[in-house]
Structures are given as structure tokens and as C-alpha cells.
Ligand binder design. Structure first.
Ligand code: GLN
Length: 537
């Protein structure tokens, strides 16, 4: 295989930002003209990340091919041109599943099936398959060195290093260099221990990425180098940044990409990160603020709505505005209408969500946005709430609901499709991945996309019930987009409203800082226009 491999491991603590580091390295190497891919290996037993709680694990990212992935794949797509798929993420659970199925089919010819070589061989096979056809493959290993569960992955990549040798493989290890206030000192010991742990397993890192909140002196870098057997110019600081899109620039300034191409002996053009610099400048120098109220059950959990946050931020960057996201607890709104913090929002967004909790509060928020002509953006569940609100308050269907909240309602304007009614497995059984939608020409949404045929990613079970469409349409709700083949509603809008759009899909998964999604751009733009039209307080 000609592809060069860069493995990224993490030590000391979790949440060091390995995913963003991997994506940022991808961005710099792409700007040097290299063709690359990024893969995430997750050491947990779950067969797919789709069934994991966003509370515990952050957002479930959805790929075009309908794979429910770890949120790091979202970072990879936002920083690079990679279109991720199920080949870009695999878990211990999947590896074991494959090996056990092979064993059941007799493929191991009766041998004892063991972690080494069978599990490790399967890991290597998956890595090689994903890497093939690229100049470089970056492989991020989830978890922290020292965890029992990541051992088979580390053993497999050690073997890769042994088999490929030469300038084919690079090991980057990310650690923490904490500042201890009492001693008024940055401490290198955790890094030393973490590298020792890695070397016990047989992996000598080539480059260290040291996460820190302040600059590392040359002296300190030399100390780390000496204790870890890493060249001192390969001890790279990864200092905290205000804007995550600054990371590629900082890494480049630290000489990281230079070191990578030197060690891998890659001949490339120079990197050009000007576009990233422009983004960071706009982010740091906004001309004004716009307040977007986001309803959700997972209040205060940034990671549960990672892509949504980023997409709103991309729009803010493009419009040179600071998007201030105000999370609104819809359950609180249900019981206490006075707690309508959202009154002060310039735009209201109801994102995807599951279960019946908070539904009534969300419907109240839609009513407010519709009546007060506040820009409204409904995503997935947000579209469903908009349809229910319209049915209840305009058409007069008092019991209109989703069967997700009320199984027995006769006015089931949102309901399960037939094929969903027999589903018993929770994993990978929703309407998932990219589906096309066709817009009615001259609708607002067709104008926003500048096209009548699009493709977006889905992740849901419930749909608008076609039985009620004619009645709702007659009352003025515009069903602007459809999946023609499946005869399903994809988008809705209201005419005499400055900006009221619901989409059954998740546009946030496809927004990038260098290519902001038009729906987010237009929504934030409309929200800012609304803000400016309000009388000053
Ligand atoms: N719970 C709703 C459904 O399953 C909406 C899902 C979502 O918002 N992603 O259809």
C-alpha cells in the first residue's frame, strides 16, 4: 500500500480535542495538495454509536450512506473535503461482530480465535481498506492510553508500524501539560508518564501535541523531548484557542505540517491557510450580535448539538455576526409561560429531538414565532412541531399531535410510516442518510438553495401524515418540498411570514466554515434583520 499513515493517540485525560487536531492536520495537508482520508477507531463495545445517549457521548453524526457515527466525523467533514461514510468509523463492537461472524461461518478453520492475531488482524484490515487510494490516511484512536479497552487497537497500530516501517507511518501522541497554580508551573510529568505507557506497548511517538493553556518555553520542550525520546522540534504546543478554526493556523505556525512531511518524506506544495485566517478574523471581529433561541431537551450540552452549533457559527462568520445561542428549556416553558426568555430572541430554532418530553413547550414556541413573525427554523422534530401547531391553531384540529407523544390521537398529523411500525431493533433502523427532495419552484426554500432538486441527510422515524396534507394546504401551509419516490413531505413554509421554514432533514450536517449552508445563512440573516426592525429597548 502506498498510502502513508498517521496515527493519533491521546494520553493523560480525555477531551483533549484529538478530533479537532486530526481534522486540522487534514485541513493543512489538503491545502498542501494531498489527497487524504481520516478514520476514527472507537474502543467501546457498542456496535454503532447511533444508540448512544447524546448526553454521554455527544451528537450522533449522520453520513450520506446513512451511518450513525461518532461526532468526530463531523469535524473531519467541516475541516476537509472528505465525505465520510461507514468506512470512516469503526468500534470494538463492530470488529468483534465481524470476527464472530467469520468464526461462525468457519472461516478460521477451527483455530482458536484470539485477540492477537484475529481481532488485531481485523482492525488492520479495516484500516488498510479505509486508507487505500489516498496519499495520506489519518487514523484517530478514541480513548486514552492506559485504558483496557483501547489495547487491541494500540497493539494493531504497533503492528502496522512494524510491518510498514520506513517513512510510511507516523505516530502522533496528544497529551496535556497542565499549569499548577500552587507551584506556578507547567508540569510535564503527566506527558512523560503517558509516553512511557505508550512505549510499554511498543509505540514510540514521533510527534507530541501538548495541549496547554499557555506557551511552552524552549526549555520545557527540551525537557519533554529528553524524557520522551521525541525530537525537541517535534514537541508541538496545542494551546487553547478562542475559535476552533484557528487550530490549523496555529499548528502550521508551530511547524507541525513541515515536520509531518519531513518525517513521511512527502513532496508537496506549500500550505495556504489564508481562507482559514479570514474566517478567524471574521469570528473575532463581529460587527454585531444576533440572539438565536434554540429549544432542546439537552440544555447546556454543547456537544449534543455540535453540528447545529457549528452551522449557526458558520452563518455568523459569513455574515460577520456573533451568533449568541440561547438554549430554551421547552419543559419549563410548558409550565411557566412567563419564563419566556425566548421573547428576546431574534430567531427561534427547534432542532431534532426524540421522545415526548417538552413537546407542548415547543409547540408554544412555534405559535409565538408564527404569530409574532419572529424568524423560525424547524429542523426534523422542529418541522413536525410546526405542522402540529398549524393544524391545531389555524385548522382547528384541537387534538393534532405526533404519535410519538400521543399514540391514540385521531388527528395524527405526524405518524410512523408503515415500515417503521414493525421495527423492534433500535440501532440503524430510522430513515437514515441522504435522500433527495424536490422543491416547488418559486417557494422560499427553492430560492434559498437556488435549485429545485437537492439531497440532504435524514435521521428520524416519524413523517408528516399525507392524509392531512390537503386540509393543511388549504389553510395556507405550503408543502414546498417532497421526496417524490417515497411520497413524503420534506419541507414546509408559511407565505405571509418573513422567515418560517421547517425541514424534515438535518442541513447542519453539511455546513462547513468555508461553505456555509444556505439555510443557516439565510436564517441568521433574517434573524438579524428582525433584530434591527425591533424598536430599541
Ligand atoms: N423524533 C422525531 C422522529 O423520530 C424527530 C427526529 C429528529 O428530530 N431527528 O421522527
Amino acid at each position: 500500500m502506498k498510502t502513508k499513515l498517521i496515527f493519533i493517540t491521546g494520553g493523560v485525560v480525555s477531551s483533549l480535542g484529538k478530533g479537532i487536531a486530526a481534522a486540522s492536520i487534514g485541513a493543512i495537508l489538503e491545502s498542501r495538495g494531498l489527497k487524504l482520508t481520516i478514520v476514527k477507531l472507537d474502543p467501546y463495545i457498542n456496535v454503532d454509536p447511533g444508540t448512544m445517549s447524546p448526553f454521554q457521548h455527544g451528537e450522533v453524526f449522520v453520513t450520506d450512506d446513512g451511518y450513525e457515527a461518532d461526532l468526530d466525523l463531523g469535524h473531519y467533514e467541516r475541516y476537509t473535503n472528505i465525505v465520510t461514510s461507514s468506512h470512516h468509523n469503526f468500534t470494538t463492537g463492530q470488529i468483534y461482530d465481524t470476527v464472530i461472524q467469520k468464526e461462525r461461518r468457519g472461516e478460521y478453520l477451527g483455530k482458536t480465535v484470539q485477540v492477537i492475531p484475529h481481532i488485531t488482524n481485523q482492525i488492520k484490515e479495516n484500516i488498510y481498506n479505509a486508507a487505500e487510494g489516498n496519499d495520506v490516511a489519518i487514523i484517530e484512536i478514541g480513548g486514552t492510553v492506559g485504558d483496557i479497552e483501547s489495547l487491541p487497537f494500540l497493539e494493531a497500530i504497533r503492528q502496522v508500524g512494524h510491518e510498514m516501517k520506513g517513512n510510511q507511518v507516523l505516530f502522533i501522541h496528544m497529551t496535556l501539560v497542565p499549569f499548577i497554580a500552587a507551584a506556578e508551573e507547567l508540569k510535564t510529568k503527566p506527558t512523560q508518564h503517558s509516553v512511557t505507557k505508550l512505549r510499554e506497548i511498543g509505540i514510540q511517538p514521533d510527534i507530541l501535541l501538548c495541549r496547554t493553556d499557555r506557551d511552552l518555553s524552549t526549555e520545557l520542550r527540551k525537557k519533554i523531548a529528553l524524557f520522551t525520546n521525541v525530537a525537541h522540534d517535534a514537541v508541538i504546543q496545542a494551546k487553547d484557542v478562542d475559535c476552533v478554526y484557528e487550530v490549523p493556523i496555529r499548528f502550521h505556525d508551530e511547524g507541525l505540517d513541515g515536520k509531518i512531511v519531513e518525517l513521511l518524506q512527502l513532496w508537496t506544495k506549500r500550505s495556504n491557510l489564508q481562507k482559514w485566517a479570514d474566517i478567524v478574523y471574521s469570528f473575532k471581529n463581529p460587527k454585531d450580535v444576533v440572539n438565536i433561541g434554540v429549544a432542546g431537551k439537552y440544555v447546556n450540552l454543547r456537544d449534543s448539538y455540535k453540528s447545529l452549533h457549528e452551522a449557526l457559527e458558520h452563518a455568523g462568520i459569513a455574515l460577520n455576526l456573533k451568533v449568541n445561542i440561547v438554549y430554551i428549556d421547552s419543559e419549563q416553558i410548558e409550565s411557566d409561560s412567563d419564563a419566556m426568555a425566548w421573547n428576546h430572541c431574534d430567531g427561534i430554532l427547534i432542532p431534532g429531538g426524540f421522545g415526548e418530553r417538552g413537546i407542548e413547550g415547543k409547540i408554544k414556541m412555534v405559535k409565538y414565532a408564527r404569530e409574532q413573525k419572529v424568524p423560525y427554523f424547524g429542523i426534523c422534530l422542529g418541522l413536525q412541531m410546526a405542522v402540529i401547531e398549524y393544524a391545531r391553531n389555524i385548522v382547528g384540529m384541537k387534538n393534532a399531535n405526533t404519535t410519538e407523544a400521543d399514540q391514540n390521537t385521531s388527528e395524527n398529523v405526524i405518524d410512523l410510516m408503515n415500515e417503521q411500525k414493525n421495527v423492534t431493533d433500535m440501532g440503524a433502523t430510522m430513515r437514515l442518510g441522504a435522500y433527495p427532495a424536490k422543491f416547488i419552484p418559486d417557494t422560499k426554500i427553492a430560492g434559498i438553495y437556488g435549485s429545485t432538486e437537492i439531497s440532504e441527510r435524514h435521521r428520524h422515524r416519524y413523517e408528516v401524515n399525507n392524509k392531512f396534507v390537503p386540509e393543511l394546504e388549504k389553510a395556507g401551509l405550503v408543502f414546498s418540498g417532497k421526496n417524490v419516490k417515497l411520497d413524503l413531505v420534506e419541507t414546509v413554509e408559511i407565505k405571509d411570514h418573513p422567515w418560517f421554514i421547517g425541514v424534515q432533514y438535518h442541513p447542519e450536517f453539511k455546513s462547513k466554515p468555508l461553505d456555509v449552508h444556505p439555510l443557516f445563512y439565510r436564517f441568521v440573516e433574517a434573524s438579524y434583520a428582525y433584530k434591527q426592525s425591533k424598536p430599541a429597548k
